[in-house]
Design a protein around this ligand. Sequence first.
Ligand code: SF4
Length: 305
Amino acid sequence: MSPLNQATEALTKKGYHLVGSGAVKPCLWLNRSLRGGDQCYKNHFYGISSHRCVQMTPTLECNHQCLHCWRPIDDPLPAKEPMEPKELLDGILRGQQKFISGYGGAKTTDQERLAEARQPKHVAISLMGEPTLYPYLKELIDLIRQQSMTSFVVSNATRPEVLAEILPTQLYLSINAPDEEMYRRVCRPTADLWPKILESLEIIKQHRCRSVIRLTLARGLNMERAKDYAHLIAKAEPDYVEVKAYMHLGRSRDRLTREDMPQHAEILEFARDLGEALGYELEADVPLSRVALLTSGRVSRNLEG
Ligand code: SF4
């Protein structure tokens, strides 16, 4: 089998439904929600229904090799030409529906939620890879909006020129180090990208959409110097900051240890220190996901209304 086919098969086995250059993969919270269970922290923070959320990416490529990344970034990836946004979104939504249809006959399924899931309301562009490397990201987001769905884009902040032109419902920048030296150690960029990250922080400050800075913290790696993080984050003046524990899952288990995973109490303590330095309030937290939300107090949290 060719390396390309091997890579495709490996991703398919892990539950990725590949569509052109991208992929969709229903997350475990969608499964729990369809069985009438709890929903992901995005539900607790922003009112997003997990069973109506499509977790996808328009590209599998990334220009980082983050130590904490769950995804199979160390493996060869199927190199594919970027797909046109309409074709990509249609394929992604079909893939999601195919997955959801498997719940139809199960006794454990919450039928009301299943009916809702047939009409997704939210697209999380955050599955794997760096979405700003997809050349039609702006058009894809515009299409999502035209179909009356909200969108979250999670970016590693290395392509400010793309961030400046897109308009998702909520734009996340993952910032996992307070300075360049730590950034190189934690995110292992493929080029000299720190100046781009600083540029992206400035762009977020001017942006018209809701903005979030997300920190993924691992004990003994990057969970230190809250004041230095605050100094960096202040450049962006984001609406929210999410402080999240590294979780010892997926392929990150090859790079970090279980002991690197902070407890929720440590995340709360870090979030409080960061909030104090930034002048943001600690507004919510979800112990199961080991995540805390700091708010600037400027926008209302609930998106589904
Ligand atoms: S930027 Fe995201 S997708 Fe890329 S390596 Fe880091 S965590 Fe993984």
